[in-house]
Design a protein around this ligand. Structure first.
Ligand code: FE2
Length: 544
């Protein structure tokens, strides 16, 4: 191992030195890195190839077959450290459904121009065809110099490849650059280069989480994210990239930004006692202790209106059986050490999920795995304030069954999965229990937890959720590890379940990866070994 590592390191150093010489000669290093795919407007016929380069690229482009596609450059200057980031986006359209393509990414000042980066990808199938996708959130980077980064992040990317999904859903909190505010571009770079192992071979479709909210980077702090990703058009002026939908076969995927509706304040935050001082070149003033970037309500209801239109159109479309929603924060999480559930989602979006029969909701935010029973409607006035014991209406999602027999008809209720099990160093697989009755118990944010002073001068904190409820919706929780990946196999043909179409879901988990197991106290380490935790099947009647 040691010898091989040394050889590889020597080869890398030689290659890097040669790259630097060539880049200087060409005037800037335009070598592509952080290469990743997203779906185009129609996943059956198009993808977008996106990447970055250390310095501006000259004639950045993608070659695919005989075609050369010019990339659109997009750049931004980080609002805290003042560094400029150069990214490129090439829209590849007019492809055949269900086909495999090889592509190359290069530029005139690509130091690897003689042998540019190449990879292959597959377009989505046309019509009611089976396909597989995978999901987790809260990935971080493998560079442990950064807050919340951890080696599991590399194994998490590799395990996506091992399942060879058509695409991957990355449920927010991508790399936690906001927690490393003076080096945000460097954290994003490590994230992008780690992801490239999989995301250059198949689309990785992200959603925004609370840690994508960065100080001095745009109206909602999303500039780092929005510059790096080209996502399907939501046709909402002023809010591009923040939410979107796409259809593959019989499934409508809807990706939301729950930052817009949650009560919890969990974006960028200066705890103090020191202020956060942006580089002088940015012209931005110091950010004082106790400042948080709270964006709840930023779309003014526009996202929710879009969601309703999108769900209504989906349920109206005879080609759509399934509606699957991706968003970062949770309506149904009972992590005790994590964030818990948020009333904002329950108030604004769960009634729409009920009305239009959303089948499945995929979240991140809590670094664990939890599955709900199918839920529809709400139990009212069943929560209480932790501080006072007063009754509080948490709009607890109502389970339509509490029989955990492994097959759930999601035309009767929506299943929620918490999948914040990507790769951070902060596992949260410690769950709430009501000591009075032994039931699963969830914390619920019912109001904004804005920064408050502590007993230490100039140091501020944000409180956890203030209410609790017996989580009658909570079906299954993985107490053995906070790391895993969910694998979804869509079977559009109804042969197995008498007129029902089905999705088989299997959660694989990385036992031993917890830095500290919250139940046993055992110390663990990153592991490439993912084993099956549970499997279950979702069914619903096939559309005519
Ligand atoms: Fe989060």
């Amino acid at each position: 191992m040691g010898g091989t590592g040394l050889l590889a390191a020597t080869a890398n150093a030689t290659r890097a030195a040669a790259r630097t010489r060539r880049a200087r000669a060409a005037g800037g290093d335009g070598t592509p890195e952080q290469i990743h795919l997203t779906w185009g407007e129609n996943p059956a016929t198009g993808v977008v190839v996106s990447w970055a380069s250390p310095e501006p690229a000259t004639r950045p482009r993608v070659r695919i077959g005989q075609r050369v596609i010019k990339a659109e450059p997009r750049q931004y200057t980080d609002g805290i450290n003042g560094e400029t980031v150069w990214t490129y986006h090439a829209r590849v359209d007019g492809l055949r459904p269900g086909a495999t393509y090889a592509y190359a990414v290069t530029a005139d000042n690509d130091s690897d121009a003689a042998d540019p980066f190449t990879a292959t990808f597959r377009t989505a199938p046309h019509g009611r065809a089976p396909f597989r996708f995978t999901s987790f959130g809260d990935l971080a980077t493998p560079n442990t110099a950064w807050v919340l980064s951890y080696g599991q992040s590399a194994y998490a990317v590799e395990v996506v490849e091992s399942f060879q999904p058509l695409f991957h859903l990355l449920n927010g909190d991508l790399c936690y650059a906001d927690l490393n505010p003076t080096v945000q571009p460097e954290v994003w770079r490590d994230f992008g280069n780690n992801n490239q192992t999989s995301a250059a071979n198949r689309p990785w479709m992200p959603c925004l989480g609370n840690h994508e909210v960065e100080f001095d980077n745009g109206a909602q702090g999303f500039t780092s994210y929005l510059t790096r990703y080209t996502l399907p058009d939501n046709h909402v002026t002023g809010f591009g990239g923040r939410w979107y939908s796409f259809r593959i076969g019989s499934v409508l995927f809807v990706s939301l930004d729950a930052d817009d509706v949650v009560y919890q304040d969990a974006g960028a935050f200066v705890t103090g006692p020191a202020a956060l001082a942006p580089a002088a070149s940015t012209g931005h003033p110091a950010i004082e202790p106790g400042t948080s970037f709270y964006v709840r309500g930023y779309s003014g209801g526009v996202q929710t209106a879009w969601l309703e239109r999108t769900l209504a159109a989906g349920r109206d479309d005879p080609a759509v059986d399934w509606i699957i929603v991706q968003m970062h924060q949770c309506a149904c999480s009972s992590s005790a050490t994590g964030n818990g559930s948020d009333l904002g989602i329950r108030q604004q979006w769960l009634p729409l999920f009920d009305r239009y029969g959303v089948d499945l909701v995929l979240n991140g935010h809590d670094h664990d795995y939890e599955r709900s029973f199918p839920v529809r409607g709400a139990d009212t006035n069943v929560g209480h304030e932790v501080a006072t014991g007063a009754v509080v209406n948490t709009l607890r999602p109502h389970p339509v069954t509490t029989t955990d027999n492994g097959v759930f008809d999601t035309s009767q209720g929506t299943v929620h999965l918490t999948l914040g099990c990507g790769g951070t160093d902060a596992n949260l697989d410690d769950y709430g229990t009501d000591t009075a009755d032994g039931q699963h118990q969830a914390k619920v944010f019912t109001q904004a937890n804005r920064p408050a002073p502590t007993s230490t001068a100039d140091v501020f904190t944000r409180a956890g959720a203030g209410a609790v409820e017996d989580a009658s919706w909570s079906a299954k929780r993985d107490t053995s590890t906070g790391y895993g990946i969910a694998v979804f196999d869509v079977h559009p043909d109804p042969e197995d379940f008498g007129g029902h179409t089905s999705i088989t879901v299997t959660q694989y988990h990385a036992v031993g990866a917890d830095p500290v197991n919250p139940t046993t106290g055992a110390k663990g380490a990153p592991t490439p070994d993912y084993t099956e935790f549970e499997t279950f099947t979702l069914i619903r009647p096939r559309r005519a």
